[in-house]
Design a protein around this ligand. Sequence first.
Ligand SMILES: C[S@@+](CC[C@H](N)C(=O)[O-])C[C@H]1O[C@@H](n2cnc3c(N)ncnc32)[C@H](O)[C@@H]1O
Length: 314
Amino acid sequence: MPAEPLSFSEGDQLRSWLSRTPPQIPPKWLYDQRGSELYEHITRLPEYYPTRTERGILTEHAAAIADLTQAKTVIELGAGSPEKSSILLRELGMRDSGHEFIPVDISTTYLEHIESSMAKTLPHVTVRPIQADFADRMPFTQGEPARLVLFLGGTLGNLDRLERAEFLARVCAAIEPGDFFLLGVDLIKSRDRLIAAYYDRSGVTEKFIRNIVNVARKRWGATVFDEHFDYHASWVDEESRVEMSLVANQPTVMTIPSLDTTLSFGVGDRVLVETSHKFTRESITQEVLGSSLSVARAFSDVKEDFLVMLFTKE
Ligand SMILES: C[S@@+](CC[C@H](N)C(=O)[O-])C[C@H]1O[C@@H](n2cnc3c(N)ncnc32)[C@H](O)[C@@H]1O
């Protein structure tokens, strides 16, 4: 039996993702305490260029972002660690702005860390953490402009095309004219560099992906055998995404009695545990413009590995 039963909507969503071909996992389930710790480790791996590249872009352009937005409140969706938001809050603080920070995350591990760390490093900032699923609804309501909503770390790339469109439409509906949306996405690059980032030599990404087996056992009450699966990461050109899968190395079955679900795997069948879509400047601009936000500025690194875009609502 799971430690805590799944809610009706969690069970419904999970059942529907698991019934896809191949079965897929909603990304939020990867961030239990161990998953959050492993992700933090991933961000410091030499092969994992996105975090340090995005942090470099933000450090270089924080003053411009602070000048343009003069944001009183910063809201971060899928906040993760406080590192990148702190760069912006510090710069806003120098302009007597950025007094309030609302980190939104599914992971209480991350939210607790943000609160304790910012109390020490940015004591003038009031931190109001919200534990919520950003796929359900935008967990922030009207507030005084200007608000700056952050969605960094390439997290948008974990959603598929339709989910991205729905997510961006919800952001657009939740913000007001005068507010800003800052989005960080990973750009398409050589297949070798992309794959290396998800096949690190120390095997931390594999541990992060395999941790879903523990989550399945503990949170969904699943019966599933870790040793019956191998980790595999591949670049799928037609989808512009890296796919991280657990591939059955022998015939096996995963059962989740609480969801009335049984999944049977032959050798080579897989569970698609995480996807990370990559973009071009043009492709992401088109997607966001579909949600009627307008581009205010775009910032990149010299190698054009990562892109940070600032949007406004007319
Ligand atoms: C790829 S990490 C990025 C973290 C951080 N923003 C960064 O730039 O390094 C994704 C983050 O989003 C959170 N997350 C994933 N799915 C979520 C969901 N549906 N609702 C809220 N938070 C979610 C995870 O807990 C994690 O902190």
